[in-house]
Design a protein around this ligand. Structure first.
Ligand code: ZN
Length: 110
């Protein structure tokens, strides 16, 4: 097996709807996908285990441990509006913090 083939198999794919990342090394235990299954080998009926969208909603984000953000930067260059995982985490934690503060303010009223 050439290095290129290994790269293709190990490419991770991120769900554009919810941010779930399919990792070929891990497979998808919920979907009965054994570890080592490349994204391309997933059945067409496979859906995101988190939000249920189709394979077509996933984007290739490259191999784990690859030079950070290279493919994402390529996407930015082409005008694709995507958030990096770091930015998503900021959004998620920001929302959580806001929710927590809201909960606290409600609690203090009682
Ligand atoms: Zn999803």
């Amino acid at each position: 097996m050439s290095d290129q083939a290994v790269d293709a198999i190990m490419d991770r794919h991120e769900c554009r709807a919810c941010g779930y990342v399919y990792e070929p090394l891990k497979g998808d235990s919920k979907g009965d996908i054994p570890a080592g299954t490349s994204f391309e080998e997933l059945p067409l009926s496979w859906r995101c285990p988190v939000c249920g969208v189709r394979k077509t909603q996933f984007q290739n984000i490259g191999v784990a441990g690859a030079p950070s953000g290279f493919k994402e930067n390529l996407g930015f260059g082409l005008g694709v509006n995507t958030l990096t995982p770091g930015q998503k985490n900021l959004l998620i934690f920001g929302a959580l913090a806001l929710g927590f503060l809201f909960f606290l303010s409600l609690y203090s009223l009682h």
